[in-house]
Write a protein that binds this ligand. Structure first.
Ligand code: NAD
Length: 326
C-alpha cells in the first residue's frame, strides 16, 4: 500500500511518519512524503534513507506534481499547512494559498485517481472559543483567526468532496500538541528554548487563555485510527489532554527549566485571541478505541529534556525566527 503524507517534514507529520516506519507489520505502508520545506519543515525531522520512505521536495499547490504522485497513491494523510496563528495575523495570504488552495489541489487529484481514505488533519481552532463544555463534531464552525478560518475552509472543501464525488474523506480536529521537533515559535518550544538560553519569555495578556495539551504521539495514534478504522465522510475530534491556562502552562515550564517568574514578560494580548478551546472526543473513543495515553507531566519533562539535548536542532531555527521579528 502506498501512502502519501503531506507536510511530514514538519512537527506532527514527521512524528507520524516515524511512527509508521517503526512498524515492521507485513502491511506497513510505503510512504511518500511531499513537503515544500518552508521555514517550518526540515529533512532533519525525518529518517532519510529508510527503505520504505521516499521524500519529494515540492508544493501541494503544484497540480502537475500532485497529479503524478497521486497516480501512484492508495491513501493520503494531509498535514501540510501554514500553522502559526501569529503569522496568519501578520499576513494571511500564504494561509489561504496553502491551506485552502493546496488542499483543493490534493482533493482534485484524489478524485481523479480514486484515492482513499484521504485523512485531512485539522484543528480544534475551527470551532472558535468555547466558554463552557466541549465542542462535538457537529458544533458550528466559528473560526476567529485567518489560520483557523483557512483550516475551516479546507475542512468544508474536503467534506464537500465526500458528498459531491464520493471521495473517502475523513477529517480530524485535534487540540494543541506538544513534543519534540516542534518549531520554536509555538509557546512550548519558544518558552523552553528561551528559558534554556537564560532569556525572558513573552506571555500574552494575563495568560488566562485555556488550551487542551495533547502529546504529539497521542495525536498521531488518533490520526492513524481514523485512517485505518474511521468512516468515510466523518469528522473525529482528537483531544483529552490536559486543560491549562497559559499562565499555568508557563508555571510548569518555568519549573521544568528551573526558572522563576522574573523571567516572564507580559506582552499585549494577541488580536482576536480565543479564550478557550475544548473538544468532546467521545466519538473517537467509542468508535475507534482512541484514548490519550501520555501523562502530561511526564511528556512535558521528556519534551524539555529533548530540547536540552538537541540544541543543534533548534539553535539555527531560533536565530532565523529572531531575525524575522519586527
Ligand atoms: N501543532 C498543533 O498543535 C496542531 C494541532 C491541531 C492540528 N494541527 C494541524 O496539523 C498539521 C501539522 O501541523 P504542524 O504543527 O506539524 O505544522 P508545521 O508548521 O510544523 O509543519 C507544516 C509542514 O507543512 C509544510 N508545508 C507548508 N506549506 C506547504 C506547501 N504549500 N506544500 C507542501 N508542504 C508545505 C512545511 O514545510 C512543514 O514541513 C497542520 O495541518 C495543522 O493545522 C496542528
Amino acid at each position: 500500500m502506498n501512502l502519501l503524507v503531506t507536510g511530514a517534514a514538519g512537527f506532527i507529520g514527521s512524528r507520524y511518519v516515524r511512527m509508521l516506519l517503526a512498524s515492521d507489520a507485513p502491511d506497513a505502508p510505503r510512504i511518500t512524503v511531499l513537503d515544500a520545506l518552508t521555514y517550518a519543515g526540515s529533512l532533519r525531522n525525518l529518517e532519510p534513507g529508510h527503505p520504505r520512505l521516499e521524500f519529494v521536495h515540492g508544493d501541494i499547490r503544484d497540480a502537475e506534481l500532485v497529479d503524478k504522485l497521486m497516480a501512484d497513491t492508495d491513501q493520503v494523510v494531509h498535514f501540510a499547512a501554514e500553522s502559526h496563528v501569529d503569522r496568519s495575523i501578520r499576513a494571511a495570504s500564504d494561509f489561504v494559498l496553502t491551506n485552502v488552495v493546496g488542499t483543493q489541489v490534493l482533493l482534485d487529484a484524489a478524485v481523479r485517481h480514486s484515492v482513499g481514505p484521504f485523512v485531512h488533519v485539522s484543528t480544534d481552532e475551527v470551532y472558535g472559543s468555547i466558554t463552557s463544555g466541549s465542542a462535538t463534531e457537529t458544533h458550528p464552525l466559528r473560526p476567529s483567526s485567518p489560520y483557523s478560518a483557512s483550516k475551516a475552509s479546507a475542512d468544508l472543501l474536503a467534506l464537500a468532496h465526500h458528498r459531491t464525488h464520493g471521495l473517502d474523506v475523513r477529517v480530524t480536529r485535534c487540540s494543541n500538541n506538544y513534543g519534540p521537533h516542534q518549531f520554536p515559535e509555538k509557546i512550548v518550544p519558544l518558552f523552553v528554548t528561551h528559558l534554556l538560553d537564560g532569556r525572558k519569555v513573552p506571555l500574552y495578556g494575563e495568560g488566562l487563555n485555556v488550551r487542551d495539551w495533547l502529546h504529539v504521539d497521542d495525536h498521531c495514534a488518533g490520526v492513524d485510527l481514523v485512517r485505518t478504522a474511521g468512516r468515510p465522510g466523518e469528522v473525529y475530534n482528537i483531544g483529552g489532554g490536559t486543560e491549562l491556562t497559559n499562565r499555568e502552562l508557563t508555571g510548569r515550564l518555568l519549573e521544568a527549566c528551573g526558572a522563576g517568574w522574573d523571567r516572564v514578560v507580559h506582552v499585549e494580548d494577541r488580536k482576536g485571541h480565543d479564550l478557550r478551546y475544548s473538544v468532546d472526543w467521545s466519538k473517537a473513543r467509542d468508535e475507534l478505541g482512541y484514548r490519550p495515553r501520555r501523562d502530561f507531566d511526564t511528556g512535558l519533562a521528556e519534551t524539555v529534556a529533548w530540547y536540552r539535548d538537541h540544541r543543534a536542532w533548534w539553535e539555527p531555527l531560533e536565530r532565523r525566527t529572531d531575525a524575522e521579528r519586527p
